[in-house]
Design a protein around this ligand. Sequence first.
Ligand SMILES: *Cc1c(COP(=O)(O)O)cnc(C)c1O
Ligand SMILES: [Zn+2]
Length: 417
Amino acid sequence: MATEFFSNLKCRECGRLYPKKAIHVCEFDFGPLEAAYDYSLIQKHISRKIIESRPQTMWRYRELLPIEGDPTVGLKVGFTPLIKADNLAKALGAKEVYIKNDAVNFPTLSFKDRVVAVALSRARELGFKIVACASTGNLANSVAANAASAGLESYVLIPADLEQGKVLNSLVYGTNVIGIHGPYDQVNRLCSEIAGKYGWGFVNVNLRPYYAEGSKSMGFEIVEQLGWEVPAHTIIPMASGSLLTKISKSYQEFMKVGIIPESKYSVHGAQASGCSPISQAFKSGTDLIKPVPKPNTIAKSLAIGTPADGYYAVNEVRNTKGACEDITDQEIVDGIKLLAETEGIFAETAGGVTVGCAKKLIETGKVPRDERIVICITGNGLKTMDAVMNHVGAPRVINPSLREFDQLLAQNPSLTV
Ligand SMILES: *Cc1c(COP(=O)(O)O)cnc(C)c1O
Ligand SMILES: [Zn+2]
């Protein structure tokens, strides 16, 4: 495969070009570095037909992903189902709703498998033997699993108070799990220091330009799975804000390389009110992100008080005429239950945030009821069971006796068919 599609790293602020190394900030203005491509070359090499002929993984869009050789990590990641969610649509009072279901992504049941596939494939190209991350849970799970199968040593650093399910889902792969007393921002700051001192490949620090591009694959898939059309509305959960900016970038890149015609679309951002710096900035009409020093929400995977891409996310939402919303913990639980009861999909807390915010955006008219809506579900409910444990009732227990069963039915008319 030709290596020249991915040409450089480029500063988002001043546009200066940088070599394709393990670096992530501009030396002149501290702007974030982003992968740059030769789009006219890519346009000559890919078409819908070529993409459709490839295996159903995220790597079918590999010309638009920032690695040089063939991918070596996460070869089976992506191409998760896009489900037409008619029951949910009815419940939300909307005409056409789809769920992009990364709750069943491979191997670790969240959208983070996409970013890790790219970051670790690139880490290997750059010669790293030890990989690491700062994580709110899902990233740690995915780094641990993918590093294990790739034979890389890994360290994952997480806030010490994460859900049991997320912690266990890192430990089981034999990675080095380090819990830090303090919120995610402090974990992240420590990771920058460690990256500087030890020279490890931190997927979301010094490898962040590569990591972040992996999120585009979610958007490419949505477009392809809709029959090569951009949805009018995409509702996306935000932690650092990176996923939202990259889904928007994916739509624009498909237009740039002629895969789809120029089309209008809006991206909308969803957060938990207990940590909603991006949504608050949007609602205040500014792009200045006010840090949240002590996040307080059950949506721990989204609890980033100082979101690295918050500024860009707010602007992307505004530029596409979208909106941001945030909801309470109770509304998050209601969102999880609504998705489960209407579509049979058990999402983690971040999914509850997205469904709950979708409901609010539709009710307030910010997302029109009669236009096509895609809701991004990014993680699996089996990892955050603590959040719903006391909100789903309990089984009715009886002896193995038909008489007791008859009595149960008689007492509970809702059990009869
Ligand atoms: C990491 C994560 C996100 C969003 O991440 P960004 O930092 O905004 O790219 C969304 N949902 C889940 C479940 C996540 O783990
Ligand atoms: Zn710069």
